[in-house]
Design a protein around this ligand. Structure first.
Ligand SMILES: Nc1ncnc2c1ncn2[C@@H]1O[C@H](COP(=O)(O)OP(=O)(O)O)[C@@H](O)[C@H]1O
Ligand SMILES: [Mg+2]
Length: 278
């Protein structure tokens, strides 16, 4: 499905990603971990063509990606939607319009200028928001929502692209533990229910262990671990992060607690309410 071969990116004298090989042969949820500066973001950005590799190749379903330009590159960017730590929404625009922007990769920018969305697109956008439990916020400005809600809007915008893969670059790094859990649950559910591959850069180990089928550990631009959460021993984790401060921080921060029952029930009630309104 996805094959990354000897992928390298240098910035001047610095090598951000160093001859990385990764093969994803079936849909899965992959977590990429590593200390700050390990090359996680650069790797994802190359997958999405936000950054061009210095050398190496990316192929998806047999098609070479790295050389794509123009319309083909935009088509690929629609196929692998990206989610960022800072949400990257248009703050003063309403939520549903932010989600509808997810169609622009496929339809071009004319729609953005004229803001003419088809009724079918609007319905689909609201259905996706509903699936993420935030349809009742559809008419609000994005900036009026909490961080966790905004990240779910960003996920909705990604789903609007109907992507084959979702790439998430530290999607929960700006969120409190409860919202972090809601966002990770949403990503996991999208993989489980839709069969989409999710590749998620995560700063912390515990989240990767809990949510991902496979963990890739990066250090200084190289892949130093590639296996299941079970295979990721404490010693190996220490090697990924370096046996210093960053290890204990990575292992313990962004702790996600078990969901309390009532909170789940409240979310379900909100979702039902939103559904009734549509
Ligand atoms: N646009 C850039 N220009 C110069 N150096 C960069 C750029 N992007 C990333 N780097 C460098 O590449 C290395 C990897 O960065 P990054 O991919 O952001 O790591 P991570 O996401 O794991 O923190 C770092 O040393 C960083 O300073
Ligand atoms: Mg990063």
């Amino acid at each position: 499905m996805l094959r990354i071969e000897k992928l390298t990116k240098t910035f001047g004298a610095a090598t951000a990603v160093n001859s990385v090989n990764i093969e994803v042969s079936e849909p899965m949820m992959v977590g990429v971990i590593g200390a700050s500066g390990a090359g996680k973001s650069t790797l994802l950005r190359m997958l999405n063509l936000l950054e061009r590799p210095t050398s190496g190749a990316i192929t998806f379903e047999g098609r070479e990606i790295t050389g794509l330009g123009g319309r083909d590159a935009r088509g690929w960017q629609a196929d692998c939607a990206m989610i960022f730590q800072q949400f990257n929404l248009v703050p003063r625009m309403d939520v549903v319009s932010n989600v509808l922007h997810g169609t622009l990769f496929r339809t071009g920018t004319l729609r953005a200028l004229t803001a003419l969305w088809s009724e079918a697109d609007i319905r689909r956008a609201i259905a996706i928001l509903d699936r993420l439990g935030i349809a009742d916020h559809a008419g609000k400005r994005a900036e009026a929502l909490s961080g966790g809600q905004q990240q779910r809007v960003a996920i909705a915008r990604a789903l609007m692209q109907d992507p084959k893969m979702i790439l998430a670059d530290e999607p929960i790094a700006s969120l409190d533990p409860m919202n972090a859990q809601i966002v990770m649950d949403a990503l996991r559910r999208i993989h489980d229910e839709d069969g989409r591959t999710v590749i998620c850069n995560l700063h912390t180990l515990d989240t990767a262990r809990r949510y991902c089928d496979r963990i890739i550990g990066m250090r200084l631009g190289r892949v130093v671990f590639d296996g299941t959460p079970e295979q990721l021993t404490t010693d190996m984790a220490r090697e990924i992060y370096g046996a210093d401060e960053s290890f204990s921080e990575a292992a313990t921060s962004t702790e996600i607690r078990e969901t309390e029952g009532p909170r789940h029930a409240a979310m379900a009630a909100l979702a039902r309410e939103a559904e009734a309104r549509i």
